[in-house]
Design a protein around this ligand. Structure first.
Ligand SMILES: Nc1nc2c(ncn2[C@@H]2O[C@H](COP(=O)(O)OP(=O)(O)OP(=O)(O)O)[C@@H](O)[C@H]2O)c(=O)[nH]1
Ligand SMILES: [Mg+2]
Length: 264
């Protein structure tokens, strides 16, 4: 017959072993939660030629692409680009740059960032009608598009992304953040206020109306929206937006990302 004491010991042993096992099985989940906290994932979205790759490269302190440096053809991204930014004290971001509508992998990339591995926040890039026109695959000759056409294309592109953001936001408890980055500010340096207004909620502009709709759909408390001007490359010292001006705008954007991520 087993003594009650031995029985008790065995039971205790089992509990400890069980606890250790449970802790072990939770370890990957805890590690991924820590990673998400310190290195939140950020989807970088927007239409083709708007400047997503250049901006993500600047934000992740990566040297510009060959095309940006002046050599080689200026082509759009074909696949999702992954960039990690490390800031001080083991913090940073994991950027997921969704390629523009020219890329065949675009839909899969959208699925990945908004459904399969939902991101913590979204950096949606727009350029106030200054996206670099890109040819659709299979056609030749330089592409041309007016600013009006580019703004209309941007609205169409935004409708798709907004829908994805809304369904991600309503599915989860914690709030989602959206930053609309109005890039290429060097190309409309005297018009930055008007550009920011055009992309702001409650402004009554076509884009503003769509942001209002998205807010209503997602629930105001579940989605924060910021609109910030930025540029990835500045002009020379005498231009309206010299490199120094661009760096200042980038710093402001980074500060906001840090606040939204709880880094500061
Ligand atoms: N003037 C100016 N040009 C920029 C800026 N950012 C990007 N560009 C240029 O705009 C073009 C398109 O930039 P990309 O970053 O390749 O655009 P993208 O959004 O990644 O485009 P896809 O990969 O096709 O989706 C390139 O020629 C860049 O050099 C900027 O801040 N100012
Ligand atoms: Mg790109």
């Amino acid at each position: 017959m087993q003594s009650p004491l031995r029985h008790g010991k065995a039971a205790l042993g089992t509990t400890i072993a069980g606890g250790a096992l449970a802790a072990l099985s939770q370890a990957p989940e805890r590690a991924s939660r820590l990673l998400r906290h310190r290195y939140p994932t950020v989807a970088v979205t927007g239409m083709t030629g708007v400047g997503k790759t250049r901006l993500a490269d600047r934000l992740s302190r990566r040297a510009g692409s060959q095309a940006a440096a002046g050599g080689g053809p200026d082509v759009g991204s074909a696949v999702m680009e992954r960039r990690t930014r490390r800031t001080s004290r083991l913090r940073g971001y994991r950027f997921r740059v969704v390629p523009g509508e020219n890329a065949a992998t675009r839909l899969g990339a959208l699925d990945e960032v908004f459904h399969d591995e939902p991101v913590d926040g979204v950096l949606h890039v727009v350029a106030y009608g200054h996206a670099t026109p890109r040819r659709t695959a299979g056609t030749t000759g330089a592409a041309v598009a007016s600013r009006e056409e580019q703004l209309a294309a941007e609205l169409d592109d935004w409708a798709i992304t907004a829908h994805r953001i809304a369904s991600m936001a309503v599915r989860r408890e914690r709030p989602t953040w959206l930053v609309v980055a109005v890039t290429k500010a060097d190309l409309f340096a005297d018009d930055i206020d008007a550009a920011v207004r055009y992309y702001s909620p409650g402004s009554g502009s076509p884009f503003g109306d769509r942001l209002d709709e998205l807010r209503a759909l997602a629930g105001g408390a579940k989605l924060s929206i910021d609109v910030l001007p930025v540029c990835a490359q500045g002009g020379d010292k005498r231009s309206a937006m010299p490199e120094k001006g661009c760096t200042d705008l980038l710093d402001r954007l980074e500060l906001r990302l840090a606040q939204l991520s709880g880094h500061v």
